[in-house]
Design a protein around this ligand. Structure first.
Ligand code: URA
Length: 208
């Protein structure tokens, strides 16, 4: 439970490339996908297995498979979509449950404008994806939405986290484990993570 920086040389190397201001859109997308694959590998370590008999070239043998219903991936629009292919590369049968949030400019808190959840979301493990854990308000809002649906096993993946976001999530959803490629220094007055990646949505979608 809590927060974990996934410590791996490949992640560190790829994150260094992702941070570069001159990294092209296509490379940024590719690196985001590759880092997400590595984060997904770590976040799914505790999936439960069950024995299964399979027919091999030498007759029957015992194998294993993942038990029960698979994961629902929950991308937060829009930047979360950039991580989706990475999760699906490892879990191709995962359900995708998209959430859209906008910021109320008076309260500065996120408000839901779109949600499409599976009917059986409560029996699946949820994996929220959002590249930047900044204030933590969006992630906490999605956790609240999932909890309202009866979802009790929630994890999250992000590329870069700010200490402010980690603390907020720890205060509001201590049972949610967040897997990140890095924990950065702080948030600036505009809410950007420093040093961070800049606007991850713009870099993934090629907008400015
Ligand atoms: N969202 C981003 O895209 N970048 C940040 O640094 C913070 C939030």
């Amino acid at each position: 439970m809590g927060f974990q920086v996934v410590d791996h040389p490949l992640i560190k190397h790829k994150l260094g490339l992702l941070r570069r201001v001159d990294t092209s859109i296509s490379h940024f997308r590719q690196l985001t996908q590759e880092i997400t694959i590595l984060l997904t590998y770590e976040a799914t370590r505790d999936l439960i297995l069950e024995p299964r008999s399979v027919m091999t070239w030498q007759g029957k043998a015992q194998a294993e498979r993942i038990s029960g219903k698979k994961i629902s991936v929950v991308p937060i629009l829009r930047a979360g979509l950039g991580m989706l292919d990475g999760v699906l590369a490892l879990i191709p049968s995962a359900r995708v449950n998209v959430v859209g949030l906008y910021r109320n400019e008076e309260t500065l808190y996120p408000v839901e404008y779109y949600k499409k959840f599976n009917n059986d979301i409560q029996i699946r493990d949820a994996l929220i994806i959002d590249p930047m854990l900044a204030t933590g308000h969006s992630m906490a809002k999605v956790c609240e939405m999932l909890a309202e649906e009866g979802c009790s096993n929630i994890k999250a993946l992000c590329m870069v986290a700010a200490p402010e976001g980690v603390q907020y999530m720890d205060e509001h959803f201590p049972g949610v484990t967040i897997y990140a490629a890095a924990l950065d220094d702080h948030l600036n007055e505009d809410g950007y993570i420093i040093p961070g990646l800049g606007d991850a949505g713009d870099r993934i979608f090629g907008t400015k």
